[in-house]
Design a protein around this ligand. Structure first.
Ligand code: SAM
Ligand code: SF4
Length: 497
């Protein structure tokens, strides 16, 4: 642990005010609280025709403006709400077709110098059992994830602490990429590591970019400054609202152009937070021409020794949660939307038909819990309690039965289809073509390497339909696709377009 003077010095050298100030306009950041409150107040009684016009705009894959999002946030008429849900699903299908991307979280350490009132890892939680995975332990975790369960994508999660600083981050990510584990039909490995880490400075982010990460994810938690200040006590790094708010600007500067934003719903008014996410997306689009690759919207979950959660007056009901997912899908139509196993199976099922694109499965968030499942249910080494502990096999089977194909495609960032390039492809519906081909190839691999019998049956049915569509819609690429498909069937792995 750092002593207090050490922490002050480290704070001064890592947090660089000049990396914030250069982006301020007249000393102001891009979250105009007064304006947001005013828009929310003005659009309290939406007109149905106006709502329908906004839905038509969403369907043409255009980012909504703040007045339009504020209008949708206040729709309560059941008929209009149903139209909103149906349009959200149409938007999702237009951009992402029937694909769902799956991944697993890997928590690498739970030491943290911050004291966020809602988190089980916070410094003052003296009951927490703390541990940072050694490189050998990381290999063990990845062998289970890639060799037994069949994941290809991870989101690695770090607390903010010298033991898990940028040196550790880069070493741990390199170690993850190195692991190769024999599977039933080939070799399993992790092909894309996304990162959920504390805000870093530009130099640190350049080092992260150099190891080849997918998306860099940091949630603002709350865009409301007073609440932010309250739940992130003074004297901690995390108390610095603007250091966090501008971390995606620094990521772009450092060459990481796939960025993920998010808010922790339940800390402040959910409508305000959706507006915050929209302003954030607009700011990134306007400044860099690249909006967020993903948006996350975790809801506060019970956590060990974090009583603030029960006390919060802003916890979000299931009905409002569904509404906010729909409004995010309609407001930022091109973005990936992630729902995690914090939510229970029933809610995750519903979320799929509201426009979600990514979900985790087989998740364990205790430190070292994949290779040591007995520790998975210990409250004292995990951040919060999971709502859905089903296996990847069960989740994939359910999606297949609902008509969705689980994609393990990780080709995008390896072929340079990231940032502005992917944004343009998504908006024009072009990315769908590559994704469909890669989804089928990677799903084939997964069925052969990992699926149980029942899942295989459900999966084969989906695959038949997809292959037929490729034959009809992409006759020119079909012969090459067919050749790749046969090679995968024979045990070759990682072929992609
Ligand atoms: N330490 C880094 C940070 O705070 O940015 C990243 C890791 S943190 C473990 C990842 C995310 O978990 C946080 O950004 C927060 O939104 C979410 N989280 C924390 N406590 C939670 C809780 N009780 N329920 C649901 N999500 C929570
Ligand atoms: Fe630390 Fe992140 Fe948890 Fe806050 S949310 S206590 S920064 S791990």
């Amino acid at each position: 642990m750092l002593t207090e003077p050490d922490q002050r010095n480290d704070f001064q050298s890592r947090i660089r005010e000049e990396e914030i100030e250069k982006y301020l306009v007249d000393g102001k950041d891009f979250i105009p609280e007064g304006e947001i409150e005013e828009k929310l107040a003005t659009h309290r009684h939406p007109d149905s025709q106006h709502v329908r016009d906004i839905l038509a705009k969403s369907l043409s894959i255009k980012t909504l403006d703040p007045d339009e999002t504020a209008t949708l946030l206040h729709v309560s008429d059941p008929e209009l709400l149903t139209e909103m849900q149906e349009t959200a699903l149409k938007v999702k299908k237009k951009v992402y077709d029937n694909r769902i991307v799956t991944f697993a979280p890997l928590y690498l350490g739970n030491y943290c110098v911050n004291n966020c009132l809602y988190c089980g890892f916070r410094r003052d939680n003296r009951g927490a059992k703390r541990h940072v995975l050694s490189l050998d332990e990381i290999r063990e975790e990845v062998r289970t994830l890639a060799g037994e369960i069949g994941h290809k994508r991870l989101i690695v999660v770090y607390g903010e602490h010298p033991l898990t600083n940028i040196d550790y981050m880069t070493k741990s990510i390199r170690t993850i990429y190195e692991v190769r584990e024999k599977t039933r039909g080939g070799v399993g490995c992790i092909r894309r590591v996304n990162v959920n880490a504390p805000p870093l400075n530009v130099d640190e982010l350049k080092r992260l970019a150099a190891v080849g990460i997918g998306t860099y994810q940091v949630f603002q938690e709350t865009y409301h400054k007073k609440t932010y200040d309250y739940v992130h006590p003074q004297g901690t790094y995390k108390n610095h609202y603007r250091w966090r708010l501008y971390c995606m600007h620094r990521a772009q500067e450092a060459g990481i152009d796939d960025v993920g934003i998010g808010a922790l719903f339940g800390l402040y008014d959910w409508r305000f937070e959706v507006m915050g996410l929209l302003y954030h997306a607009w700011e990134l689009e306007n400044r860099f021409g690249i909006g967020p690759h993903t948006v996350s919207f975790p809801r506060l979950e019970p956590a060990f020794h974090a009583p603030y959660i029960q006390d919060s007056p802003y916890r979000v009901s299931d009905e409002d949660f569904k509404k906010l997912m729909v409004v995010i899908r309609l407001s930022i139509p091109y973005t990936g939307m992630i729902i995690t196993a914090r939510e229970n199976a029933a809610m995750r099922r519903e979320a799929i038909s509201l426009g979600i694109t990514q979900t985790d499965a087989s998740s364990r968030i205790g430190i070292g819990s994949y290779s040591h499942p007995e520790s998975a249910q210990q409250e004292d080494n995990q951040q919060f309690i999971l709502g859905d502990t089903r296996s990847l096999d069960e989740v994939i089977r359910e999606y297949a039965q609902m008509g969705y194909i689980s994609s393990f495609c990780t080709a995008g960032y390896r072929c340079g289809r990231t940032g502005k390039c992917i944004m343009d492809l998504l908006r024009s519906g072009q990315e769908g073509k590559f994704c469909k081909l890669n989804a089928v190839l990677t799903f084939r691999e997964w069925l052969d390497d990992f699926a149980g019998e029942e899942t295989k049956l459900a999966g084969e049915k989906i695959l038949c339909g997809e292959i037929e569509e490729i034959r009809r819609q992409m006759p020119k690429v079909f012969p090459r696709f067919e050749e790749y498909y046969e090679r995968v069937r024979k045990g070759e792995r990682d072929l992609y377009f």
